[in-house]
Design a protein around this ligand. Structure first.
Ligand code: KG4
Ligand code: ZN
Length: 340
């Protein structure tokens, strides 16, 4: 089965073709970072318009570079949600129109399931069941994953997502968007012993997260310094990152103890953070669990994860829904299990 995948949920246009026998035969990504940079964050209308411009030429290129003709495609997968409604509608419209013209099925994919299943795009994928930590710009969730498509929510953020906290903190410190990689870079120059920031919601039991208090604490610390120097900012970035990572570690540890599952899969943009990876590697050794990440290029948004998840889900599809519908909010626990 050969599936075209289209990702347009936020500020990256991803187009990929996944073949169940040959694997990924094309994987193209266009990032809109430069377009949104001057606004300090994603401008939804600009994102939608840019997806419209980029998506079709990228599909053409993906077909050409993989020697695929339209009639070789068995299905089209698109990100149906969660994400920005206008941006999602671009991918959904293109996918459904192409599918109708080619008389093949189109399938709407959950963006976070795509992130999670990107961990399968390797020679040594994790085996079910496992605990998943999904950490992106819009989500922070711990899940018990029983099989593909069967996810049990263990805990989630009650306010900001982890990536959102990185982005907002970066903005406060005058850093570029997206803030996660910028904070990571600056934190390397920061002192570990100057500030200690709170680890929210760790003193009581439970697996939910909260990052908004940490963000406020960061803002207050910065405001208390009259003319912050570059070193002050680096020290604050370091204290913020240490607190965010430590909070994530504590919750992961609790989830591994309570579920007794043998492995931990980490996915979503924040999983690209090397300090987080180091910290969780130590946790894995302590608890004798295996830890898995998608390849670095599949941690942030991409079309490959949508094409792959589409190929898994299309095997189960019997009826075809041709309506152009998106789900900007969509709990992952509502998904149907995928039969192996
Ligand atoms: O998964 P993703 O590409 O898009 C969403 O689905 O949201 O995640 C983007 C998020 C942004 O908030 C970005 O700042 C964060 O992931 N991020 C990082 C790093 N790289 C990306 N956060 C911390 N450290 C990083 N190295
Ligand atoms: Zn994402």
């Amino acid at each position: 089965m050969r599936v075209l995948g289209i990702e347009t949920s936020c500020d990256e246009t991803g187009v990929a073709i996944y073949d169940s026998d040959q694997g990924l035969v094309s994987d193209l990504l266009y990032s809109q970072v430069e377009l949104h940079e001057r606004y300090g964050g994603v401008v939804p209308e600009l994102a939608s318009r840019d997806h419209i411009i980029k998506c079709l030429p990228m599909i053409d290129l993906a077909l050409r570079e993989s020697n695929t003709r339209f009639e070789d495609l068995d299905g089209i997968a698109f990100t149906q949600g969660p994400g920005l409604v206008g941006a999602l509608l671009v991918g959904a419209s293109i996918a459904q129109s192409l599918a109708l013209a080619l008389n093949i099925p189109a399938i709407g994919i959950h963006h976070m399931e795509g992130h999670l299943l990107a961990s399968q795009l390797t020679s040594k994928p994790p085996e079910y069941p496992f605990v998943a930590l999904l950490i992106s710009g819009g989500h922070t969730q711990l899940m018990a994953c029983h099989q593909a498509g069967s996810y049990e929510l263990l805990g989630e953020s009650i306010d900001d997502a982890a990536g959102e906290a990185f982005d907002k903190t970066a903005k406060m410190l005058g850093l570029k968007y997206p803030g996660g990689p910028e904070i990571e870079k600056l934190a390397k120059q920061g002192a570990t012993d100057r500030f200690t920031f709170p680890r929210p919601m760790t003193s009581k039991p439970g697996l939910d997260f909260s990052f908004s208090g940490l963000k406020t604490h960061t803002r207050n610390t910065l405001a208390a310094i009259e003319r912050p120097t570059d070193q002050d900012k680096a020290d604050i970035a370091r204290a913020f990152q240490d607190a965010a990572i430590d909070t994530i570690r504590i919750k992961c540890e609790r989830s591994l103890i309570s579920t007794r599952l043998p492995s931990l899969v980490i996915a979503g943009g924040v999983s690209a953070n090397q300090s987080l990876r180091k910290c969780l590697a130590e946790l894995a050794i302590k608890h004798n669990v295996e830890i898995f990440y998608p390849e670095l290029k599949f941690c942030t948004d991409n079309g490959a994860m949508i094409a792959y998840t589409g190929a898994l889900r299309l095997k189960n599809v019997t009826t075809q829904n041709q309506s152009i519908q998106v789900r900007p909010r969509w709990p992952m626990t509502e998904l149907e299990a995928i039969s192996p």
